[in-house]
Design a protein around this ligand. Structure first.
Ligand code: ADP
Length: 372
């Protein structure tokens, strides 16, 4: 059985030769129909009789034909409506092409909410929650991107089931999409053996590129999986991201609070507002009677939130299915949205709009960058 998602992923590599952007990015893929080993793709052209039709058809046949299990590919063409063309124009103009004083502006719409997910130390479930939160926000109808800036882990592509590297068109990076989430990770640019050691300015420049050269489109949310702790990268990111709001992930044991507090301190110094605390691995639910046990203690999240004067936005249970789903590349919020852990993440996603401070009214953010 050929998955439609695999076909759509392959179509990301099909580039409109005139606009020079992916047909997926441009919303030109009108339909994907899989019938046994045959795949029929319908592409909406910007104008009827587009001279690039033959080129597009060849690309669709090449890329979709290369997907495992596909025996034949059919391509049909349709034409965008006036409204669709107008939406496309808006989208392209919204890409941040202007430069200001020679410095590239950030390619993130002024209305995008940037959610930095941070923790004091590794292993508390920060990446798991970033991946699930991004997928939950997307499932709720938002346009979502995720930046994996966790230089120690690069786990986001694996957790969201993406192994394909981004397509680069005219120095514009088109992020791979899965579970309706656009994904960009430092891991895409690291060799499999991990021989490159990323540090300081090099890393800062890579992250800067993620926010300038990546075609994010008009996102509602950009979730950033921050590196754990209080290092240079956190400070760099704090400077790069427009109006970032921090979600601080912690575990329930009181000992975890000190390190989490330090992470919040650093965030504050770089202009990030702490939107709230998320307590992960809060409790276990007995599958037979639903009774809660607390293998990692209790009260840590609440204590941290009280100390910071911010809300405790979610308590996510310790749940093996959450780990299994992450390991399989499909977030639990997608495979089992009714699971207790998924529900906690959906509640977090729903609580976000109220937890965030209103954005400044600027039409497009082009924040000055400082390399540290
Ligand atoms: P971090 O990004 O903080 O280093 P990860 O998200 O990589 O942490 O999580 C560390 C490990 O714990 C992973 O194997 C992950 O699947 C697992 N994990 C995270 N949260 C939970 C949870 N609530 N229940 C069960 N396992 C979890």
């Amino acid at each position: 059985m050929i998955a439609e998602s695999a076909i759509r992923e392959a179509l990301v590599a099909v580039i409109d030769p005139e606009i020079r952007r992916s047909v997926v990015e441009l919303d030109m893929v009108r339909a994907v129909d899989v019938a046994g080993e045959h795949v029929q793709v319908t592409i909406a052209l910007t104008v009827a009789g587009c001279p690039m039709k033959a080129d597009l058809e060849r690309q669709v046949r090449d890329h979709v034909g290369a997907v495992g299990g596909v025996a034949s590919v059919g391509v049909t063409f349709d034409v965008m409506s006036a409204d669709e063309r107008s939406a496309l124009r808006t989208r392209l103009h919204g890409g941040g092409a202007d430069s200001e004083g020679g410095k590239k502006p950030i390619s993130i719409a002024a209305s995008t909410r940037v959610i930095a997910v941070a923790s004091g130390k590794g292993g508390v479930g920060k990446s798991t929650l970033s991946a699930n939160l991004a997928a939950a926000l997307a499932a709720l109808g938002n346009e979502v991107g995720v930046v994996d800036a966790d230089i120690h882990g690069y786990s986001i592509p694996r957790m969201l089931g993406v192994s394909r590297k981004p397509v680069v068109v005219d120095r514009m990076i088109v992020p791979p999409v899965n579970h309706a989430v656009k994904i960009m990770s430092i891991g895409f640019f690291v060799e499999a053996d991990g021989a490159v050691v990323w540090r300081g300015p090099m890393l800062h420049r890579a992250l800067e590129q993620f926010l300038t050269d990546v075609h994010w489109g008009e996102l509602d949310y950009l979730v950033v999986d921050m590196p754990p702790g209080t290092g240079d990268v956190s400070i760099s990111l704090g400077q790069l991201l427009p109006s970032p709001e921090l979600l601080l992930v912690t575990t329930p044991q009181p000992a975890a609070q000190k390190v989490a507090m330090r992470a919040a301190d650093v965030a504050g110094k770089t202009g990030m507002r702490v939107a709230g605390v998320v307590e992960n691995m809060s409790f276990m639910l007995c599958p037979c009677c639903g009774e809660r046990t607390h293998p990692f203690g209790e009260g840590g999240g609440e204590a941290l939130a009280a100390e910071l004067g911010v809300p405790l936005l979610a308590q996510v249970p310790l749940n093996e299915t959450l780990r299994v789903a992450s390991d399989a590349g499909v977030p639990l919020v997608v495979t089992d949205p009714d699971d207790a852990a998924s529900r906690a993440v959906f509640d977090l996603a729903a609580a976000l709009p109220d937890a965030l401070a209103p954005l400044p009214g600027a039409s497009r953010i082009s924040k000055r960058l400082t390399v540290i």
